[in-house]
Design a protein. Sequence first.
Length: 302
Amino acid sequence: METVSVAIASIGRETLLDTLRSLAAVTRPAGVDLKVLVADDSKSGAATKLVTAHPIKSLDVTCLAVASGNISTARNALLDAADSGWLIFVDDDEWVEPDWLIKLFDCQKEFDADVVIGPVKPVYPDNTPDWLRRANPLYTDWGHRGKRLYTGRGGNTLVRVDFVRALKLRFDEAYGRTGGEDTIFFAQAAERGARIFATDDAIAHEHVPQERLSMNFILSRAVRAGQSYGQMRLARHPDPLWHVVFALGALAKCGVAGALALSFRLFDKARSFRMRQKLSLNMGKLRAVFGRPLAELYKKPD
């Protein structure tokens, strides 16, 4: 019997219960046992209290007291606690489809992958404007099944534990409140030989709270994503001339995205907003070039 660990960093959001219920309902491949690790990153033990108050008999759940207010610390605790060959990072606002586990491992076996990244599809509140649903600003398309990737993220992601431990990879705690720690972690894994692939059929969904529909949040998140990506690329290429070329490329993309955002605004609000996101993303890259600090993204746990 092979054990697969699902790793969840949580501050005790109610949506964690939907996550756990969906995990209990997944179809398990023959010979696979599933266990869940929850890194409780709240100072009040909110995640542990939630799990204890709503037990799921068919699911083996272990809570780890972390209380760091730092998602990198929480994810490192999950890495340390894993006693299985495979770890799957899932966020506590996600839930998975019944064939999710089978699809992840189908992709892993087909491409001999060390990391597999599945899609996370946002579920917007009922009162979300139609144009914003069409823009789908909180969805990131990682690509078709079998697309080779050179970075990754920390949600709906299958990881070969032995590979990560052999390289002594850790999530950088300096990015634990700003975001970007997962981008850097998986980029480092890829640089050291990790075979990272996307699949589009191992589907997770995520709750989108009302406050994440604000223009300020969405565009700020795009800036942060561009900045963390830029920091990763700049660190890999220390040549100052390369930095200049990178900055000029980002500046040109800002110009194109800004012009398209203005043009589409006349007849397609959704496409215009997507261009505003691209503009913000490239502004983030420029912030990286000029060494601006990353803003905190994650809410500190109670």
